[in-house]
Design a protein around this ligand. Structure first.
Ligand code: NAP
Length: 266
């Protein structure tokens, strides 16, 4: 495999730092540049904690993609700016691998259209942890037999979006196979708004935000006299990097948008 030249957006972030290290230690990956809104014109190696990581820093995305020859953009920023980065990368023929969560359905539709028009691969993965992908797949499998399901996702208190991309994706995957059903008592009333969580086709999602947590989710299936719990925990951000590596390698062979790593893991 030829070297894959990579631009990382959000390199100082918690995920971005791990992605920079991943690119650095992977023999066939090369860090071509980074996008960082605060250090335009500097070299990454000049920033604290990045000694030895040689890459030019750009704040202007258009400028970065015009000057730097790259194959893949890894975006680990925020949904507002992440969408702009992704569209601009595609415009420049660069394949995006997006870990940034919180993209809307309209964003995904727009990106699907652009990728198929351009015949360019793009992977958007709300969760790069392989264990989390299996948790979603097992939950989808269980929902064929258990119609009553509640999702509890738990994250650190710096997370901007709720519910998590993983919880929304899990609900989507369950909805695809579960017979639509309104759960709980038909006359149920919340005496405190939000007590029953968010509703997706009658199933509930609850978002917990606490310091000390990283990314955790349990999917509860209830039936007569039994409870099945499918649970996954990410204890650090290194847990996501196996999936990032797989996504970068896979996106080079794709000519469409793939949403969710479960679509590239058998
Ligand atoms: P973080 O530590 O807050 O890092 C976010 C990074 O984005 C920072 O470097 C920040 O730079 C940069 N950024 C923010 N606004 C920007 C803007 N307008 N222009 C350019 N850069 C900007 O967050 P994180 O924990 O690394 O998470 C990053 C994203 O990945 C989030 O969307 C999170 O939900 C998602 N995530 C995904 C997975 C997965 O498996 N897919 C796992 C964990 C997290 P400043 O310092 O300048 O603000």
């Amino acid at each position: 495999m030829n070297n894959v030249r990579i631009i990382v957006a959000g390199p100082r972030g918690r995920m971005g730092q791990e992605a920079v290290k991943l690119v650095d230690r992977t023999a066939h990956f090369e860090l071509a540049a980074v996008i960082d809104r605060k250090h335009n014109g500097m070299n990454l190696s000049e920033l604290e904690g990045f000694q030895g990581f040689d890459a030019p820093i750009y704040s202007d995305v258009e400028e970065c993609f015009s000057h730097i020859e790259a194959d893949v953009l890894i975006d680990l920023t925020t949904p507002e700016v992440g969408m702009y980065h992704t569209e601009t990368a595609l415009k420049h023929g660069i394949r995006p691998v997006v870990g940034t969560t919180g993209f809307s359905k309209e964003d995904l539709d727009t990106l699907e259209r652009i990728t198929s028009e351009k015949g360019l691969g793009c992977i958007i993965a709300p969760n790069f942890a392989i264990g989390a992908i299996l948790m979603m797949k097992f939950s989808q499998m269980a929902s064929k037999y258990f119609g009553d399901v509640e999702i509890i996702e738990m994250h650190h208190d710096r997370k901007l979006d709720a519910p998590s991309g993983t919880a929304a994706k899990t609900a989507d995957m369950i909805s695809a196979v579960r017979e639509a059903k309104v759960q709980g008592h038909p006359d149920e009333k919340e005496t405190l708004t939000g007590a029953r969580g968010a509703d997706v086709d009658g199933m509930k999602i609850h978002s917990v935000r606490l310091p000390g947590l990283v990314a955790h989710q349990q999917v509860l299936f209830g039936s007569d006299g039994e409870l099945l719990t499918v649970r996954h925990d990410s204890f650090n951000r290194a847990s996501f990097m196996t999936g990032v590596k797989l996504a970068v390698e896979t996106v080079m062979k794709l000519d469409v948008l793939v949403y969710g790593l479960e679509n590239i893991i058998e």
